[in-house]
Write a protein that binds this ligand. Structure first.
Ligand SMILES: NC(=O)c1ccc[n+]([C@@H]2O[C@H](COP(=O)([O-])OP(=O)(O)OC[C@H]3O[C@@H](n4cnc5c(N)ncnc54)[C@H](O)[C@@H]3O)[C@@H](O)[C@H]2O)c1
Length: 283
């Protein structure tokens, strides 16, 4: 269980990560340089808490306590010293992540983690003075409702760090899946394979996106089909990950031409209103 936590980056994922730790009772400090983003974080935390209370899943006193439990600083150097856990969740840039991790390490946290989707944990660790205290904690979106965290053990991660991280994740009521540091970890790798194959099926006229998604959803109990999920993730993000995995793992990750064309046409999925679905009408 982590009682004092830092979250670096208050965006899509940082909001959820700060929320789950604060709900579990941790004093949580968010590092967010952009005041507008921090205001959004506070508003979304309040909204999520109100929803939790309305559904009977969160005590009204816990919801009321969240405002005090979540603190704010504007740079990683300002994090409190000696935190139990710091989770970095800034945008997916190697240089940015390495620089904020080095800054956070100077504050002496017991465990330092990255929420990277696909960057190498060992490569990020090579920037650090104490790589044995570092690992990947890959949360899923939306953090408050997805019950698992993928724990990525780097080559240098110590047993003690792994145990502390597993305990911190258990403390927020989530399950863990521990994997080695390989490109795409386990989840991104499997998810992208399914998505690329579904896109190839659309390309070769096997069926309409909604038909393929419905078949997989109902036959295999997936909550969302691979094409709809691709639209939600963003087709540009899918393409970026596919190209990285193609380089690292081979041609099973070669992106289909249809995906490339959609990205070039600016059809990136939900965020632009059109991808495999028309989100302005169907969402
Ligand atoms: N979005 C997802 O579904 C998802 C799922 C799993 C993992 N991830 C990973 O999580 C990470 C964050 O993704 P996101 O979607 O939350 O991004 P985002 O762009 O929504 O949020 C990133 C936040 O980091 C802040 N930031 C930028 N520079 C900073 C700095 N120097 N110090 C502190 N904060 C800084 C930004 O202002 C922004 O609020 C990425 O590595 C991404 O790959 C994302």
């Amino acid at each position: 269980m982590a009682s004092n936590v830092g979250v670096i980056g208050g965006g899509t994922m940082g909001i959820g990560i700060a929320y789950v730790f604060a709900v579990a009772g941790a004093t949580t400090t968010v590092v967010e340089p952009d005041d507008a983003r921090m205001a959004t974080l506070r508003a979304e935390v309040e909204q999520a808490a109100a929803g939790g209370v309305a559904r009977g899943k969160l005590a009204a006193e816990t919801a009321a306590a969240l405002r005090e439990r979540i603190g704010h600083v504007t740079s990683a150097e300002q994090l409190p010293g000696g935190l139990d856990l710091v989770v970095e969740t800034v945008p997916e840039s190697r240089e940015l992540k390495r620089s904020v991790l080095v800054a956070a390490e100077s504050r002496g946290p017991a465990v330092l983690a990255s929420n990277t989707s696909a960057l190498s944990i060992d490569d990020l660790a090579s920037a650090l003075a104490a790589p044995e205290r570092f690992l990947g904690l890959h949360f899923f979106n939306p953090v408050w409702s997805i019950p698992v965290v993928e724990v990525v053990r780097g080559a240098a991660t110590s047993d003690e760090t792994l145990e502390a991280a597993l305990s911190a994740v258990a403390g927020i009521g989530k399950q863990t899946a521990v994997v080695r540091d390989v490109p795409g970890f386990a989840t991104s790798r499997l998810d992208v394979v399914a998505a690329l194959e579904a896109i190839r099926m659309v390309e070769s006229g096997v069926g309409e996106p909604a038909e393929i998604d419905r078949a997989i959803q109902l036959a295999y109990r997936h909550p969302v089909g691979p094409l709809r999920l691709s639209d939600i993730v963003g087709l540009d993000v899918r393409l970026h990950i596919a190209r990285n995995l193609e380089r690292a793992l081979g041609p099973q990750f070669t992106p289909p031409q249809l995906l490339i064309e959609k990205v070039e046409a600016g059809e990136l999925g939900r965020k632009t209103g059109r991808g495999f679905y028309d989100w302005d009408r169907s969402a």
